[in-house]
Design a protein around this ligand. Structure first.
Ligand code: FAD
Length: 294
């Protein structure tokens, strides 16, 4: 079923996508596929897998995503970053991806490696995601390209306006779709989408949703990407401080509310950060009549 990311969205098409990460162990891989077994029942438009720094992780990304494609015949995308790779190495990775039926890329700059505060490009590599997008568009024109967008501003950007100008560079370089960083205030997404439109961005701006399922995640989310959590949501989770099942349900309820609000605003699709699990996403989708399992 060859398909690029750009075909997932349209007047009569809603792009439902799921994001996985490469597990570290064989057990993790087995468990991942058990969860994907559940997720594919919702007929996703495509599934993606994140990309980390380091050779063995990168091979795992390709193994996961090509494995998903082979098992379920669903379109897939590999994430790809500029961290520590020269452009020939990036080209070699993409050629291998294409060989294995992976026709889409989520093209990113990547974060600075652990222990470093700033991203430093390597000689012969790329400094920003727009350069990576331009390279893929030129040398792998058949591939679909998604890029990251930040409704609350990328943490390194001095302002949302500057960040939006930089997002526009990625679109002008040939991106097909923007997938947003997770966020918990729908207004931030709608404002971001309006600003993109004002700048002349015409490609789909797809909201990324991560259902929070426990209190510990809150700290991580805030420190990793700076997403703000509404106080009433934090309070709802804290009410169940000693009850993991209660936290899980409160997180799912909030994600349902968020998805309903987004769907009312005519979004092109939803990208779920599923974190290699299926239950939270399943519960959210089953609460939405247009997606619920039979
Ligand atoms: P860029 O678009 O290059 O932006 C980085 C910063 O530089 C921004 O502040 C921007 O405003 C600025 N900037 C951009 N272009 C220019 C320019 N030409 N001149 C001057 N300034 C510029 N990380 C991973 O390591 N692996 C993953 O698999 C992964 N998947 C992700 C998926 C999604 C949907 C998202 C939203 C993020 C993902 N990330 C992943 C995180 C991402 O790598 C980081 O957020 C990273 O810090 C920025 O990547 P980017 O592609 O948005 O960078």
């Amino acid at each position: 079923m060859p398909m690029t990311i750009r075909d997932a969205y349209g007047p009569n098409r809603f792009g439902l996508s799921f994001e996985l990460f490469p597990p570290k162990s064989a057990e993790g891989m087995t468990s991942l596929f058990q969860h994907v077994d559940e997720l594919v029942k919702f007929d996703p438009s495509y599934i993606t897998c994140t990309f980390g720094a380091g050779g063995s992780t990168q091979d795992r990304t390709l193994d996961v995503i090509a494995g998903v494609r082979d098992k379920y015949d669903v379109p897939v995308a590999t994430h790809l970053t500029c961290v520590g790779l020269t452009s020939p190495q990036i080209g070699e990775y993409l050629a291998r991806a294409l060989d294995r039926g992976v026709e889409n890329v989520v093209a990113l700059r990547g974060d600075p490696p652990k222990g470093e505060t700033a991203f430093t490009p390597i000689a012969g590599g790329f400094s920003y995601a727009n350069e990576l997008v331009g390279y893929i568009r030129r040398d792998f024109p058949q591939m679909g390209i998604a890029v990251g967008g930040y409704p609350e501003r990328h943490q390194e950007a001095p302002s949302l306006a500057v960040d939006l100008d930089n997002l526009k560079r990625k679109v002008d370089a040939g991106a097909d779709v923007v997938i947003t960083q997770l966020f918990y205030n729908n207004d931030d997404y709608f404002r971001f989408r309006d600003s993109c439109e004002s700048l002349g961005v015409q490609i789909p701006i797809v909201p990324g949703l991560l259902p929070v399922t426990n209190l510990a995640q809150i700290q991580r989310i805030a420190s990793l990407c700076g997403a703000k959590l509404p106080p009433r949501f934090v309070a709802a989770l804290e009410k169940h401080a000693d009850d993991p099942a209660g936290q899980f349900s409160a997180g799912v309820d909030f994600a349902i509310e968020q998805a309903v609000g987004l769907l009312e605003g005519e979004i092109p699709g939803i990208h779920f950060y599923v974190l290699n699990k299926s239950e939270a996403t399943r519960r959210v989708l089953n609460a939405l009549p247009q997606f619920a399992e039979e």
